[in-house]
Write a new protein. Structure first.
Length: 139
């Protein structure tokens, strides 16, 4: 049996997506995503935030750069990838990222007023985008 590598996150963007274009015009977007949970510890409410490095490729990266902004709530599906690189001093480092396969913008209709295309109605919030280049937008 083969393994399963599936990540589902719902969180807020820590900053605007940073988009780069590699050789051949391949787009890649990256940004931090914060997920938070609250629990009671000694009768006090405690919030714990975890930060995730998100990477999106090609068309999904272009859509993310166009629609996502710091602070926005988003649902992301993807897979974990660990890669290595050398820092400026030549020391080998490792990083684990979530390579997104699709995402859905979440939030209140006021979160998108004045920012979305005119065709997007408040009742259409929750539109999704996928790595296959097909979007689930109503327009």
């Amino acid at each position: 049996m083969s393994g399963i590598n599936k990540v589902i996150l719902v969180g807020h963007l820590g900053k605007d997506p940073e988009i780069r274009h590699l050789e051949g015009g391949v787009a890649v977007a990256s940004f931090p995503l914060a997920t938070s949970e609250t629990f009671n510890k000694d009768g006090k409410k405690v919030e714990q935030t975890e930060w995730h490095n998100i990477v999106m490729w090609r068309g999904l990266a272009d859509v993310a750069a166009k629609y996502l902004q710091k602070g926005k709530l988003v649902y992301i599906e993807g897979k974990l990838r660990t890669r290595s690189f050398e820092d400026k001093e030549g020391i080998k480092k490792y990083t684990t990222e979530v390579v997104a396969e699709n995402f859905t913008m979440l939030g209140r209709k006021s979160d998108f007023e004045g920012e979305a295309p005119k065709q997007l109605k408040p009742t259409d919030i929750g539109a999704g985008f996928s790595a296959d280049g097909e979007d689930d937008l109503p327009f």
